[in-house]
Design a protein around this ligand. Structure first.
Ligand code: FES
Length: 452
C-alpha cells in the first residue's frame, strides 16, 4: 500500500512545545515555524534579540519543509536567465553565501554533498539549458556540461554544478530549532495566529504577543491578505514519491522540460530510496489528483523498474511574478518572506539573513532584489492573477453551489478525493475533511453543513 505521507515525517521525533497561554511581549515576533521562521529565530536569538515564534501546527516540521525534496542548492532550475542579469547575480550569490555559511554550522551527518544537475530530454528543454548556460558564463558561475548521467534514460544535455547539498529537511529543521531554543528563542507550537494588529498578534485562544517587529514566515502571508502585492502570488501543487532502490546516486537532478521532474536519493532506515516527483498544476484547480500520482508511478515502472512507490505526497510552492522571493517590509512594523518557488530550503536561508538585517536595521546589499515595491514589470502578471482569482470565485459559485466557502477571502473550495482535503483555487488554502486548516493563508476552519 502507498503511504500518502512524506518520507521525512516517518518515525522521527519532532520538536513540540506547549501552546502559548499568556500575553507576552518581545522585540521580534515570528509567525511560522518552517525553515524561514526557525532560521531567523536562531539568528535573532544569537544576536541577543528577544524573539517569540508561534507555529499553528502541533509540531515543528509538519508544514511545507516536511514535504520538500530536501535539496539545498543555488542551482534553481533554469531560473537565472528569466530575470534581469544584475538581479540574477545577486540572487545566485545570496543563495551561495547563505548555503555555505549554513552548512558550516551543521554536523556533517545532517547533509550530503552532491553535484546538482539540470537536464533536458526535449528540444524545448535544450533551448532553456542553453540560455541558462549563457547566463552562467556571464556571471562566471562554475559549471560543466555532460550527456552522461546516472539516470536510467538518455538526456539531450545536462548542466552540473558541484559542491551542492541535500538533506533530510525535517532533521535539519529539528536541529536548527534546538539551536534556536538554546540561543534563547521562545518557540510555541499549537499556537495559531488569527489576527494581526499594528503592534500585536492575537492567537486562536485569545492570547496576544506584542512586538516591535513582526516577521510573517507562513509560506503564504496571513498578515497581508488585502495587499495586491500578495494577490500576485501564485500557488502551485506538485507530487513526490519515494521508493526503495539498490544504490544512492551521487547527483541530484531537475529536468527543465515543460513538465519538470525532480530526482534524488536519500537514506531512510539506512536503506537507499529514490525520490521522484513533478507534475505541477495550479493549486486547488484539480478535483481528481489521482492521475498525477498514477502517471508518476507509470514513469517509475518505465524508467526505474519500480512497480509502486512506498510513499507519495504533495507539496505547494508559492511563485511570484518576478520569479524572485518577496522578503520585504509591507507595513510599519511588519515584514514578509514568501515566494520561494521550489527552492524553499536555500531561499529561507537567504530570508533569515535579510530578516536579521531588518531586525537590527542594518542595510543589506541584496535587500532591493527581494523587494517588489515599484516593480511595474510584474503588474501585468498580477492582473492576470487577480483575473484568475475572480474567475475561480465566480465559477465556484456557479459550478459548485454546495462546496464549502474558503474562510480566507470567500472562494468556493474543491473536494480533493485522492487526498481527502478541501482545496481553495484562489490562494491555495487547504482544509481537512472535517474543515480544519491544513495550509493557509486561511486561519479559520471551514463551516461544513451536514451534507458535506
Ligand atoms: Fe484565499 Fe481561499 S480565498 S485561499
Amino acid at each position: 500500500m502507498i503511504m500518502q505521507e512524506s518520507l521525512w515525517l516517518q518515525q522521527q521525533p519532532l520538536f513540540q512545545n506547549a501552546t502559548l497561554q499568556q500575553d507576552i511581549s518581545c522585540d521580534v515576533c515570528i509567525i511560522g515555524g518552517g525553515m524561514s521562521g526557525i532560521q531567523t529565530a536562531w539568528k535573532l536569538a544569537k544576536a541577543g534579540i528577544r524573539v517569540v515564534l508561534v507555529e499553528a501546527k502541533p509540531a515543528i516540521g509538519l508544514g511545507i519543509t516536511g514535504y520538500s525534496t530536501g535539496k539545498i542548492t543555488s542551482q534553481h532550475g533554469a531560473k537565472l536567465y528569466t530575470v534581469p542579469l544584475d538581479k540574477a547575480k545577486i540572487y545566485y550569490n545570496a543563495n551561495e553565501v547563505a548555503i555555505t555559511s549554513f552548512i558550516e554550522k551543521l554536523p556533517t551527518d545532517l547533509y550530503q554533498e552532491v553535484t546538482s544537475y539540470i537536464y533536458s530530454t526535449t528540444e524545448a528543454g535544450d533551448q532553456k539549458l542553453q540560455q541558462e548556460i549563457a547566463c552562467y558564463e556571464q556571471l562566471s558561475i562554475p559549471f560543466f556540461t555532460t550527456k552522461e548521467t546516472e539516470l536510467p534514460f538518455p538526456v539531450t544535455s545536462a548542466v552540473g554544478i558541484s559542491k551542492q547539498y541535500q538533506c533530510d529537511p525535517v532533521a535539519i529543521l529539528r536541529y536548527s530549532t534546538q539551536q534556536a531554543v538554546s540561543a534563547g528563542a521562545e518557540i510555541y507550537t499549537n499556537s495559531r495566529a488569527t489576527k494581526v494588529y499594528a503592534d500585536k498578534i492575537e492567537l486562536e485562544n485569545g492570547c496576544h504577543v506584542t512586538f516591535q517587529k513582526l516577521f510573517v514566515c507562513t509560506h503564504f502571508p496571513i498578515a497581508a491578505m488585502q495587499k495586491l502585492r500578495v494577490m500576485q502570488l501564485e500557488i502551485y501543487r506538485s507530487y513526490l514519491t519515494a521508493s526503495p532502490v539498490l544504490d544512492l546516486m551521487k547527483g541530484q537532478y531537475l529536468s527543465v522540460d515543460d513538465s519538470s521532474r525532480t530526482i534524488r536519493t536519500a537514506l531512510y532506515n539506512e536503506k537507499p530510496y529514490l525520490l521522484y516527483g513533478g507534475r505541477e498544476h495550479r493549486a486547488g484547480t484539480v478535483s481528481n489528483v489521482q492521475p498525477y500520482y498514477d502517471s508518476l508511478t507509470e514513469e517509475l515502472r518505465k524508467h526505474f523498474d519500480i512497480s509502486q512507490p512506498a510513499f507519495s505526497w504533495s507539496a505547494q510552492d508559492v511563485q511570484t511574478p518576478t520569479q524572485l522571493p518577496f522578503i520585504e517590509q509591507i507595513a510599519d512594523r511588519i515584514f514578509i518572506a514568501t515566494g520561494y518557488d521550489k527552492w524553499g530550503l536555500s531561499n529561507s536561508l537567504v530570508a533569515s539573513e535579510l530578516l536579521l538585517h531588518y531586525a537590527t536595521e542594518q542595510p543589506h546589499p541584496a535587500a532591493a532584489t527581494f523587494q517588489n515595491i515599484g516593480d511595474f514589470s510584474s503588474w501585468t502578471k498580477a492582473l492576470q492573477s487577480v483575473g484568475f482569482i475572480g474567475l475561480s470565485f465566480v465559477e465556484g459559485y456557479l459550478a459548485k453551489p454546495n462546496a464549502p466557502i474558503c474562510t480566507h477571502l470567500g472562494c468556493k473550495t474543491t473536494w480533493n478525493k485522492a487526498e481527502d482535503t478541501w482545496d481553495c483555487p484562489c490562494h491555495g488554502s487547504r482544509f481537512s475533511a472535517d474543515g480544519q486548516v491544513i495550509e493557509g493563508p486561511a486561519v479559520e476552519p471551514l463551516k461544513l453543513d451536514s451534507s458535506q
